[in-house]
Write a protein that binds this ligand. Sequence first.
Ligand SMILES: O=c1[nH]c(=O)c2[nH]c(=O)[nH]c2[nH]1
Length: 329
Amino acid sequence: MAEGLKLDQKHGKGRVRVSRVWRRIAGAGGGDVIVEWNVSVSLYSNCHPAYTAGDNSAIVATDTMKNTVYAKAKECSEVVSMESFAVLLARHFSAFYPEVTAATVNIVEKPWERVVVDGQPHSHGVCLNNPLLLIFGSAMVSKLPRFKLGSEKHMTEVTVSKFGALSITSGVLGLALLKTTKSGFEGFVRDRYTLLPETRERMVATEVTASWRFPFEHVSDIPAKPFCFTERYEGVKKVLVDTFFGPPDVGVYSPSVQNTLFLMAKAVLNRFLDIASIELRMPNLHFLPVNLSSKENPDMVKFAGDVYMPTDEPHGTIEATLSRTMSKM
Ligand SMILES: O=c1[nH]c(=O)c2[nH]c(=O)[nH]c2[nH]1
């Protein structure tokens, strides 16, 4: 490497789309299982000569990485969670290639769900965002309490080093939540640039991105139970949503997105001891009160908590990570 320069690099294949079908006998909790995953792979290896001298001898071709995703999907003869598939892939890349020191695998799942026809789970039909859906896939998964909202997606990121050191997170992407009331924002800094009025009555809307880290530090620490990650995903989503909304009849007052975010994160850590930390990103998606008037028509639309203009930009960006320390919070 040239004097005074440092090169950090990795390479991989992004957005490898794979779908795996497991054929199963129809019947109680049965039927075909299909998943659709968008997989990204990054490999850490010493490829400096490729950058600096055109020497590709240490490069695993990204095309090979793509092929491996399909080959490993084929090898999974039993239904696997996407976290388990990510671990399997990351272990393969870091162990199989002498050049590779660590591998990161990201997966985002498209939320296909078994369709229900005449109250009966269909043996081979799935659709996206089915609000009626109560089960998906195998008998084991079907026993989980499903929490169905909308178009949110399940994601995971797994890194495995050559010696099995592990980092594993799961998350939810785009969990859209809105309350028509029980939200306000008061007491913030006021200066000559401030126009926003203080309020104890507003709508609040967000699209939560959450990512929670498991405490497993080595591949051998991963629980043997096949669907523990899927179960945790459903559980975390439910805790996040329940905390955001509060009880169905009275709700819960939110003095800021910041406070609600904190309570959501804390509820997850309190409920699930196998989660070490959680990162929440909660954009504040503004619904602007609509007032329309002209000299001739001063009261065309006068806002009375009824007509809003939904916006998604610009939006507030509220983000925080809550982690366990040794002492109890
Ligand atoms: O809950 C809120 N947090 C903010 O930081 C903020 N800033 C703002 O303009 N509105 C809001 N609302």
